[in-house]
Design a protein around this ligand. Structure first.
Ligand SMILES: Cc1cc2nc3c(=O)[nH]c(=O)nc-3n(C[C@H](O)[C@H](O)[C@H](O)COP(=O)(O)OP(=O)(O)OC[C@H]3O[C@@H](n4cnc5c(N)ncnc54)[C@H](O)[C@@H]3O)c2cc1C
Ligand code: SF4
Ligand code: SF4
Length: 1009
């Protein structure tokens, strides 16, 4: 194999995509959603099929293994390998054509995107893997993916109408199901056209390789027909090994069918034509409870007679972890006595029919199985979401268990003949007991597919050593019952060692098949036909935190990962309280949820903007994990990864494993700053607070300059602040001065009653003092005593976001000194800016190890939350004037990160005549000061597009949001005035008439070139 420099040099002229051989990129692609780790030689990002062809040809000539990869959500380590990982999720993103009942797509298209594009046609792609928000079509085709609805809709294999592929010699193939037409004289029919079309990144099909493979495959399958049928498992569904039983048709072998499920071991898919199905007219879900796992399993088997589409069984452990996170209406409805539950789903042409079918099935099962209905059949989106929410909360809860034993996927893909399910479950529990392991069971009850996840501490050598013998025992049990070791997820690294045990005499046929397609073992070596003898059969993820690894024996094997440092030993710069950056990063299971582009949820604006692995929270966690010594964290590669994180903190709250990637990236930025300082643009942004204070001293002059094109050009050139962005003008009088004038900076000494210390953020102080004025007026109107502590300074968020820990710490220390005594005196600290509230209540704890910081954190509250608390206690006045307005209220990420109630829109809705349209669809795209940078201007507007679409609805007159940078962005993208909710409240109370003037004025207080 040539070395990376040689490969890069050889391909420089012919390969148009990116090639990466640096340790960070290799680290990012060394893991997926499985418990395994294999460092690739490098990663390639081909731009299109022709580019891929060049790459494959080169790799074939130089014996470089090729490992295709989609989103890396495989749980069996299918997309891990020692050669060149080829990331097809970056560029192969086109939905090429949508026809009446088919769709042609490139392999990097994500299932959720595909279904969103199909939705207007009333159709969808039927297989529904639970990872559909992030997995790609290429990955689904290669793993023959299916989901909870497989009983009714089957697998991906049932819907593939054609594939474009690149063969092992770099030639293209176009595979459509064989048609029974006569062969042309000379034997070769004209090659069908590429699905992508020539000149559009597609390749013409080369008949030679396709013909040769077709002929050899036909002969092989013909000769082994009987053996193929004899060795099939007796399960409803199987996806282990190569599926051969229905490939040979009278017209020849259906190579497209054969390639589905081949896990990238036979060819690389560059386009797929998929059959679509109509979206059901009605879908109805219900949640049923049972005393035991066994009772639920038996009920699921009986349910099959009623024609459901899906039925998932959740065991007692899953229900227990689901309760806290499940939708509130459901959590309380699951009594502790319930030992297992079934989510059942029925579809029909109408909701009514779906509901009646669901009820019919429940009534029939009720007496036989002593079930209790935990959630009545629901067909509306809110009701079905409640039932789905239980399953989602269960999975999230399981992964959010924190450190120590966690669910590990290594025996999770077994299926048995349905009637053998109760026996299999009982015996599997015996095996687990013998190894002193507990596990969760999520079972597709109709098809007897069992996802068992034992709780294992992968950092504990004793636990690591149990994995292999447990897998041996459980897989042997499944095979003895006529089952399969892989029914849904993949063969990959996890199950390749058992393929031979499952298929026995068919194994030579598999090997011959591989020889026909890929004689040099170029594609994804070591998968399906036999583990790579040069590597441990199970290259388990590295131990984190310096604990002893296992003994490296085959089966328990620990992975040596050449060139990638084992983390540990770095002295963290933030406060980690018994944890460490490496331990936090190691919580990442690699599930890939954070690669979602789906509208639900916020995570992750960085990935949504760039859609590359290094912009995903998983990529960021991996960057820390693989390079967690101080030199690594401060490296250019990690800097490039960390720069993408906008510290919105949505990953911390939405990632199933609750990995606090925001904190990890702050650690990385701090390490970088400590080692190298800041560049000019970052230095300016880090000092945004003090520069704003200085600017406000010369407000008239600065405002004049900010409105002049040459000055803005100069500012962009020198400081990197986008000249196209409208910036807020500086106020002629800061709020701090106003507060002094009003005597607010003197304590009144009043005892009893509500007392708050108002923390002024920089924007309210220097740009829009009417926010502070409104806050004070509204609080006082409601009988709250307001004190504005004069010694407070900016919260330090801008400095922290750039990694300037010294400056952020200094700000934090000064504010803790200014505010902690007040807290002891009984004041609550109220912030009108969510970012400031987040700094004082959460981030200060990460940068200061000080009990006073903890006291301040516990007594800090965001303003609208405080006002809503007053309302809840019946102490908020409602003597509002009528305002006939429709407001679009954007919920900022930092408001969500505070985990309080959605107070802003609820308060606004108290004003007579006000209609509030809550916009909770995405990050605004501004992300603090990130969107101010010229380099980020376009991306920032693109990231806010969904918010703008909502705000631009004609009936919405004005915007509202608590966050000042989101307000700027709302105004930038919609041209509509946006205010802080407290300003609307003050206006409605009749307290600040100036706000009316502001609403009537166009955006004249914003300056642009
Ligand atoms: C939380 C979670 C839930 C899951 N639920 C399900 C489920 O319900 N059902 C299910 O079936 N799976 C499930 N999976 C497993 C996984 O998501 C699926 O196998 C998925 O189809 C993999 O898609 P991917 O894009 O992530 O592929 P990857 O993981 O990147 O790759 C998977 C395999 O496909 C190959 N491959 C990728 N692209 C190509 C290509 N263009 N040409 C050739 N080979 C290619 C790779 O080499 C690899 O062998 C789940 C995973 C997770 C983490
Ligand atoms: S960061 Fe969270 S969501 Fe992303 S891969 Fe890791 S565990 Fe999954
Ligand atoms: S903090 Fe926000 S931007 Fe950063 S990784 Fe998490 S979700 Fe992405």
């Amino acid at each position: 194999m040539p070395d990376p420099a040689q490969i890069a040099a050889d391909l420089r002229k012919t390969f148009r995509g990116r090639l990466a051989f640096d340790p960070t990129t290799r680290g990012l692609f060394a893991t997926d959603a499985s418990p395994f780790q294999v460092a690739p030689l490098g990663v390639a990002f081909p731009r299109d099929a022709a580019d891929l062809s060049v790459l494959v040809r080169y790799c074939a000539d130089h014996a470089v293994p090729v490992v295709p990869r989609g989103a890396g959500t495989g749980v069996a380590g299918e997309a891990l390998g020692p050669g060149l990982v080829v990331d097809l999720s970056a560029h192969f993103r086109r939905i090429v054509s949508i026809n009446a009942d088919t769709v042609t797509v490139e392999p990097g298209v994500v299932l959720a995107e595909l279904n969103a594009a199909l939705a207007p046609t009333g159709r969808r792609f039927a297989p529904d893997p639970a990872s559909g928000a992030s997995c790609t079509v290429g990955g689904m085709v290669a793993t023959n993916a299916s989901g909870g609805n497989a009983f009714r809709y089957g697998y991906t294999r049932d819907y593939v109408a054609g594939l474009d592929v690149v063969w092992d010699n770099g030639e293209a193939g176009n595979l459509t199901p064989p048609a029974p037409f006569p062969r042309r004289e000379g034997g070769v029919n004209p090659a069908p056209p590429s699905l992508l079309g020539k000149g559009a990144g597609g390749l013409g099909s080369s008949p030679d390789r396709t013909e040769a493979i077709t002929a050899s495959t036909a002969a092989l399958l013909q000769a082994n027909r009987e053996l193929i049928h004899l060795t099939r498992p007796h399960t409803a569904f199987n996806r282990c090994g190569y599926l051969l039983h229905d490939v040979l048709t009278p017209a020849g072998p259906d190579l497209a069918k054969l390639l589905v499920g081949s896990e990238g071991t036979l060819a690389v898919v560059t386009a797929a034509t998929l059959r679509t199905v109509p979206v059901a007219g009605g879908t109805c879900l219900a949640l049923l409870g049972f005393p035991t796992l066994d009772a639920a399993a038996r009920a699921a088997l009986d349910l099959r007679a009623f024609g459901p589409v899906g039925c998932d069984l959740l065991d007692r452990r899953l229900l227990a972890v689901a309760r806290p996170g499940a939708p509130s209406q459901v959590a309380g409805a699951i009594p502790a006595a319930v030992g297992a539950a079934l989510t059942v789903a029925f579809e029909a042409d109408t909701e009514r029919e779906a509901a009646s079918r669901t009820r019919l099935a429940i009534d029939a099962l009720r007496d036989v199985h002593k079930l209790v209905v935990l959630v009545e059949p629901a067909c509306d989106p809110a009701g079905t979401a409640r039932v789905r929410g239980v399953r989602e909360a269960a999975v999230a809860g399981l992964y959010g268990l924190g450190s120590g034993p966690r669910p590990v996927a290594f025996i999770e893909d077994v299926a048995v003949p349905p009637d053998a399910l109760p026996e299999f479950l009982a015996k599997t529990q015996d095996v687990l007991k013998a190894f002193e392991l507990s596990a969760s069971f999520l079972i597709h009850g109709l098809t007897a597919q069992v996802h068992t996840r034992p709780l294992v501490d992968l950092n504990a050598p004793a636990d690591r050593e149990k994995l292999w013998p447990v897998a041996e025992a459980v897989h042997a049990l499944a095979l003895a019952l006529g089952g399969t070791v892989s029914t849904q997820h993949g063969t990959g690294i996890a199950r390749t060692p058992w393929v031979e045990k499952q298929y026995g005499p068919l194994m030579p046929v598999f090997r011959e098949l591989k020889r026909i397609f890929d004689p040099k073992h170029l594609f994804n070596p070591g998968k399906i036909i036999g583990p790579d003898p040069s590597r441990p059969a199970w290259p388990l993820r590295e131990v984190v935190g310096g604990r002893e690894a296992g003994d490296g024996r085959q089966g328990t094997g620990d992975q040596e990962s050449p060139g990638i440092a084992v983390p540990g030993g770095a002295a963290p710069l933030l406060v980690w309280n018994g944890s460490s950056p490496a331990a936090e990063a190691a919580k990442c299971t690699g599930c890939g949820d954070c690669r979602t582009l789906a509208p639900r949820g916020r995570m992750c604006p960085a990935f949504r903007a760039d859609e590359v692995e290094e912009a995903s929270p998983r990529g960021m966690a991996n960057a820390v994990l693989r390079l967690a010594d101080s030199a690594g964290l401060a490296s250019d590669e990690v800097k490039a990864v960390a720069a993408r994180c906008v510290n919105c903190k949505m990953c911390r709250d939405e990632c199933p494993a609750r990995v606090d990637v925001a904190r990890l990236m702050l650690e990385a930025k701090a390490a970088r700053h400590a080692a190298h300082g800041l560049d000019r643009a970052d230095w300016v942004l880090a000092r945004a607070e003090s520069l704003a204070a200085t600017g406000s001293n010369f407000a008239p002059l600065v405002n004049l300059l900010l409105g002049r094109r040459p000055a803005r050009w100069l500012i962009e050139k020198i400081f990197g602040v986008a000249r196209r962005r409208r910036l807020p003008a500086f106020a002629l009088r800061t709020f701090a001065r106003r507060a002094r004038g009003m005597g607010l900076t003197k304590k009144r000494g009043v005892r009893g009653g509500d007392r708050v210390a108002y923390f002024i953020d920089v924007f309210a102080n220097t740009n829009d003092p009417l926010i502070g004025a409104a806050a004070v007026a509204v609080l006082r109107h409601n009988g709250v005593e307001v004190y504005v502590p004069p010694r407070q300074v900016g919260c330090g968020a801008a400095a922290l976001a750039q990694g300037d820990l010294d400056a952020a710490r200094e700000a934090a220390t000064r504010n803790v000194r200014a505010l902690a005594d007040l807290v002891r005196e009984g004041y609550r600290v109220v912030c009108s800016e969510p970012t400031a509230a987040l700094m004082l209540s959460q981030d200060y704890l990460d940068i200061l190890d000080d009990p006073d910081a903890a006291a301040l954190a516990a007594n800090t509250v965001e303003l609208t939350t405080y006002l809503w608390e007053l309302h809840a206690a019946g102490r908020l006045k409602t003597d509002f004037r009528r305002l006939d307005l429709t407001l679009g209220h954007h919920v900022p990420c930092h408001q969500k990160a505070l985990r309080g109630p959605a107070a802003g829109p609820q308060l606004l809705a108290l004003i007579p005549g006000v209609t509030v349209h809550t916009i909770d669809v995405s990050c605004s795209g501004m992300a603090g000061t990130w969107g101010l940078k010229a380099a980020n201007y376009e991306a920032s507007l693109a990231a806010g597009r969904r918010m703008f679409d909502e705000l631009n609805r004609p009936r919405i007159l004005f915007g509202s949001t608590e966050c000042s940078s989101c307000r700027l962005q709302m105004q930038e993208g919609s041209g509509k005035r946006a205010l802080h909710p407290v300003q609307y409240l003050a206006y409605a109370y009749g307290l600040l008439p100036e706000i009316g003037a502001k609403l009537r004025k166009p955006l004249g207080d914003l300056v642009s070139d």
